[in-house]
Write a protein that binds this ligand. Structure first.
Ligand code: 5GP
Ligand code: MN
Length: 345
C-alpha cells in the first residue's frame, strides 16, 4: 500500500471509522467489511459499516451483521454528516465510486480521508490510500494481509476468521478458480487454526436455498438458457415479471451464470436481468477470454478477467439483441480459449 506508514500512524490512536462496500454486497464484500470492523473494534476504534443496498439473507449469520446500516437516499443529510464527522472511510471490494450508487456521491463529496482496499482491475484513483492487488483472490485476502502487516495476527479470532473464510471461499468459487493459489490455502490453513468451521460456513451460504429459489433455478435452466454453440456463448435473460412470479429475493439470481458457463464448449456466459432501474448483466468466462474488457467496452461495467458485470439502459429484449450482435466481433478470441491442453508428466 502506498503511504502505509502514514495510515499506520493515523490508526495509532482511536479513530471514528466508516467502512463501506459495493452495491448488493456479496460474501467477500460483507465478510471483508465485518472482519475489518471487528479488528478495528479490538484496536479501540469506533466503527460503523454502511452498505449501499441490502444483501442476501444467507449472509446474516456473520458476526457484526446486526450493527450494519443500509444506506437510505431519503436520509442523505444524516449519512453525509456521518461520513463527514468520521476520521477515515474504508472502501472495500470495489474499484470505482459509481459501484456504490448514490452513497458514492456522498463519499466523493466528503472531506474525510479515504482508504481503498480492493482486488478489481483498473481501480479509480479517488482514495488517499490505495491498497489494490488485482492478483488477490478476494478482498478478504487483502484484509488478512492488512491485519498481519499491522503486526496483529494474534487478534484474528474465530469470528473474524469466519468472515474472511466466507469471502475467500465464495470469490474463489469454492477454491476452483485460477486465483486459488498456494497463498490462499496457507491463509485458509491459518484461519482453521482459529477454529473456523469450514463446512458450517459452506452450508450457511450454499445449503440455504428456499424452495422457490430452486424452482426458479430449474425454470431458468430448462426454459431460459440459450446456447449459441457456434459462438461458444450461453446466456439467460430474466424479465422483471419472471422475478416477480418466483418471488425473487436479493441474491436469488447469484450463481445462475456459473451454470451457463459450465456447459461443455462454452467460453463466455451471461445472465441478463431486468431490474427496476436498468438491465443488470453478469459475465463469466473460461481461460483468457477477458470479460472485464467485454463489460467495460460494451456495458459500462468491469470486474475481473473471468467474472465481471455491467448494465444497459435499453430494455431487456434490446439488451439481449445488442449482446448477441457483439459476439461475432469476439468469435476468434472465444474460439482460442476453447482449446484444452493435455497434461503430460
Ligand atoms: P456479479 O456478476 O457477481 O454481480 O459480479 C462479478 C464481478 O464483477 C464482481 O467482482 C463485481 O464486483 C463486478 N461487477 C459487477 N457488476 C459491475 C458493474 O456494473 N461495474 C463494475 N465495474 N464491476 C461490476
Ligand atoms: Mn471480491
Amino acid at each position: 500500500m502506498q503511504n502505509f506508514e502514514v495510515l499506520e500512524e493515523l490508526l495509532s490512536s482511536p479513530k471514528k471509522i466508516i467502512i463501506t462496500t459495493h452495491h448488493k454486497p456479496d460474501a467477500d464484500a460483507l465478510g471483508s467489511s465485518l472482519a475489518l470492523s471487528q479488528y478495528f473494534g479490538k484496536k479501540g476504534h469506533e466503527v460503523q459499516v454502511i452498505t449501499p443496498t441490502d444483501y442476501p439473507s444467507f449472509l446474516n449469520w456473520m458476526n457484526g451483521n446486526d450493527g450494519v446500516i443500509i444506506f437510505d437516499a431519503k436520509k442523505e443529510d444524516y449519512f453525509q454528516n456521518l461520513l463527514d464527522s468520521s476520521d477515515l472511510i474504508f472502501c472495500l471490494d470495489f474499484n470505482s465510486l459509481n459501484r456504490i450508487n448514490e452513497l458514492g456521491i456522498l463519499v466523493r463529496n466528503s472531506p474525510t480521508k479515504k482508504v481503498l482496499i480492493d482486488h478489481h482491475l483498473e481501480p479509480e484513483n479517488f482514495a488517499d490510500f490505495t491498497y489494490s492487488d488485482t492478483t488477490a483472490a478476494a478482498t478478504a485476502v487483502l484484509i488478512y494481509h492488512f491485519i498481519v502487516k499491522n503486526g496483529d495476527s494474534d487478534l484474528i479470532d474465530k469470528c473474524i476468521g469466519e468472515c474472511l473464510y466466507a469471502g475467500i471461499m465464495t470469490d474463489t468459487g469454492s477454491f476452483r478458480h485460477s486465483s486459488t493459489n498456494r497463498e490462499v490455502h496457507l491463509i485458509i490453513a491459518d484461519l482453521m487454526m482459529h477454529n473456523v468451521d469450514t463446512s458450517r460456513i459452506h452450508q450457511l451460504i450454499y445449503d440455504n436455498n428456499s424452495e422457490i429459489k430452486l424452482r426458479f433455478l430449474g425454470y431458468a435452466l430448462s426454459k431460459k438458457l440459450v446456447i449459441l454453440k457456434e459462438l461458444h456463448t450461453a446466456y439467460i435473460a430474466i424479465s422483471a415479471d419472471e422475478l416477480k412470479t418466483f418471488e425473487s429475493q436479493t441474491g436469488d439470481t447469484e450463481g445462475l451464470v456459473n451454470f451457463a458457463l459450465s456447459v461443455d464448449g462454452i467460453v463466455m456466459a451471461a445472465v441478463l436481468i431486468e431490474r427496476s432501474d436498468a438491465v443488470k448483466i453478469s459475465f463469466r468466462s473460461k481461460g483468457n477470454f477477458n470479460v472485464n474488457q467485454f463489460a467495460r467496452q460494451n456495458f459500462e461495467g468491469g470486474g475481473h478477467q473471468n467474472a465481471s458485470g455491467g448494465k444497459s439502459d435499453l430494455n431487456l429484449e434490446q439488451t439481449v439483441q445488442k449482446f448477441i450482435a457483439l459476439l461475432p466481433n469476439y468469435k476468434e478470441q472465444l474460439l482460442q480459449n476453447l482449446k484444452t491442453e493435455i497434461t503430460s508428466c
